[in-house]
Design a protein around this ligand. Sequence first.
Ligand SMILES: [Zn+2]
Length: 176
Amino acid sequence: MTSSSKSKTVAASDKPAFIVRNSPIHGRGVFATRNIPADTLLIEYEGERISDKEAAKRHGSDPENPYHTFFFSLESGKMIDGGVDGSDARWINHACEPNCEAREEKKRVYIYTLRDIKRGEEFNYDYGLVVDERQTKALKKAYECRCGAASCRHTMLAPKVRKSAKKPGKKKDQKD
Ligand SMILES: [Zn+2]
């Protein structure tokens, strides 16, 4: 994806543009503390860079919540583990009709607003999770979405576009 030079950035000197608090959707969420225009860079998705092998090892390390991770997959196949040295971006919830999107730029991930956001609104983006396992009912349930949108697909998993596509919608043509 290309970086858009016309994007606005939330000024660091202003009071924080968001706050982390309990969400009606799930756990904690991130909410706007003021009106924010569309196409604004909100926050970077920070965290430790790990291999997919290491991610598999960390996945399920919490037996009480085996599907709960803060992983974000990069185009290279590496992962960002937002659970280690992560930013508040890790608390942004999934939604099927999101008001933000995650964009990868030079191996870093930034959350941008897709439309004007009103003060008090919760930020969200479409996780589009990709798993290697077959998307069984049980798996979809484990990644259940309760965003409440009319078009809610009831799971945070990405829709399977092609049988062979491991990462639908994401480019995966280079390794480093
Ligand atoms: Zn949904």
